[in-house]
Design a protein around this ligand. Structure first.
Ligand code: 5GP
Ligand code: MN
Length: 320
C-alpha cells in the first residue's frame, strides 16, 4: 500500500487508533498525520485519540495537535485512517469512522480481519509503525516522522526483543535512527523509566501475584481501590504483565486491573505454548499469539477460573 496514493484527492482526513492508546497507536497516528500534513498541505488532517501518558506526549512530535474531545465540524471526512486496531476498539471515534466516505485500515493484529474499505493488515509486522513506514515515500520522511515511528517500534517490540522483531524491523529501525534523534534517552524515558506511582503499583502486583498450574502460570490483579490509593491511571498498568511473565518457569502470565466493580481489563502474555490471541478472541478481545487482551465482566475469581480452563485447553491443543 502507498498511503499518498490511497489518500489522493482527499481534502479532509481523520486519523484514529484504539482506546487507551499505547506507543504504537500514538506513534503511528502522529507519523501518518505529520507525513500527510507535509505532503498534502491543502488537506485538513485531524487526529482523534483518548488521553495518554506524559512520556508518549513528550517523545512523539505533534501530539499537541491531537483532538481528545472527538468533536468535529466535518460532517463526513473524505478518508478515515484507522491505525493499530480495527473499527471494534475505536471508542468515541466510531461515529466519525461510520460517517466517513472512505476508510483505510493499517494494523498488525492477527485478530483484525480488516475494517476498512481498503486494508493493509500484516500480523508478521512488529508494529503498526513498521507497516505505516512501508506505506510512506521514504524520501519524504523527516526527523519528526522518523521519531514518531521509532517510538511505536520500540514499545511494541520491548526494545527490539520480542519475537515479533524481524530483520526487516531492524533495517527499518536503523533507517529511522539515521535521522539523528536521541534514541538512547528516548528508549529510557518511553520504555524503561517509571514514575514513583508506577513502581509502587508494579511492586504491589508482583508481591501479591500467585503461581498456579505447577508454576507454569502466574496471575495478579489490581483493584480500583488500590488504583485510587496510588492515584494510578490505566496507563500506569503498562508493563506489569511483562514483568510477571519474566518469572522463571512461567509460560503464561495473566494480569487484571479493575475498570468498574464488575469489569476488568485483562492482559495475557505467553511464550508461544499457549495461543493467547485465541484465548482473548474467545472472550471478545484479540491481539497476538504471545500478547493479547480483552475486557471481562464478573468477579476476578470467576474471570481467572474461566481463563485457566481456556489456557489449559490451549496448552493441551498445542501438546504441552
Ligand atoms: P495489552 O495487554 O498490552 O493491553 O495488549 C496486548 C495486545 O493485545 C496488544 O496488541 C493489544 O492491542 C491487544 N489487545 C489488548 N486488549 C484488547 C482488546 O480488548 N481487544 C483486542 N482486539 N485487542 C486487545
Ligand atoms: Mn501495535
Amino acid at each position: 500500500m502507498n498511503l499518498s496514493q490511497e489518500l489522493r484527492g482527499a481534502n479532509t482526513i481523520a486519523i484514529s487508533g484504539h482506546i487507551r492508546p499505547d506507543g504504537d497507536c500514538v506513534g503511528s497516528c502522529m507519523a501518518a498525520a505529520l507525513y500527510l500534513r507535509k505532503t498534502m498541505p491543502q488537506a485538513r488532517v485531524d487526529v482523534f485519540l483518548e488521553e495518554f501518558g506524559e512520556s508518549l506526549r513528550s517523545h512523539i512530535p505533534g501530539t499537541e495537535t491531537i483532538c481528545h474531545s472527538f468533536e468535529t465540524d466535518v460532517a463526513s471526512y473524505d478518508v478515515f485512517l484507522v491505525l493499530d486496531t480495527g473499527a471494534d476498539r475505536l471508542g468515541e471515534a466510531k461515529p466519525i469512522f461510520d460517517a466517513a466516505k472512505k476508510t483505510v485500515n493499517i494494523d498488525h493484529h492477527v485478530t483484525n480481519t480488516g475494517s476498512g474499505t481498503v486494508n493493509f493488515i500484516d500480523p508478521a509486522a512488529s508494529s503498526t509503525c513498521e507497516l505505516v513506514c512501508e506505506t510512506l515515500d521514504r524520501e519524504r520522511l523527516d526527523r519528526e516522522i522518523a521519531q514518531a515511528l521509532y517510538v511505536g517500534m520500540v514499545t511494541d517490540t520491548g526494545v527490539f526483543k520480542y519475537s515479533n522483531t524481524s530483520p526487516k524491523t531492524m533495517r527499518i529501525a536503523g533507517e529511522l535512527m539515521g535521522y539523528g534523534f536521541d534514541f538512547s534517552s528516548l528508549i529510557d524515558e518511553v520504555f524503561y523509566e517509571k514514575t514513583y506511582v508506577q513502581s509502587q503499583i508494579l511492586g504491589r502486583a508482583l508481591l501479591e501475584s500467585i503461581l498456579f498450574m505447577d508454576g507454569r502460570c502466574i496471575f495478579s490483579v489490581i483493584d480500583k481501590k488500590t488504583m485510587e490509593f496510588y492515584q494510578a491511571s490505566p496507563g500506569d498498568m503498562d508493563g506489569i504483565v511483562s514483568q510477571l511473565f519474566l518469572t522463571k518457569g512461567v509460560c503464561c502470565a495473566i494480569f487484571l486491573y479493575q475498570l468498574d466493580p464488575l469489569t476488568y481489563k485483562v492482559s495475557l502474555r505467553s511464550d508461544g505454548t499457549v495461543d493467547v490471541a485465541a484465548v482473548a478472541r474467545f472472550y471478545g478481545g484479540g491481539g497476538h499469539v504471545r500478547a493479547a487482551g480483552f475486557t471481562a465482566s464478573g468477579t476476578h475469581h470467576d474471570i481467572v477460573n474461566n481463563l485457566s480452563e481456556s489456557i489449559e485447553m490451549q496448552m493441551e491443543k498445542n501438546g504441552n
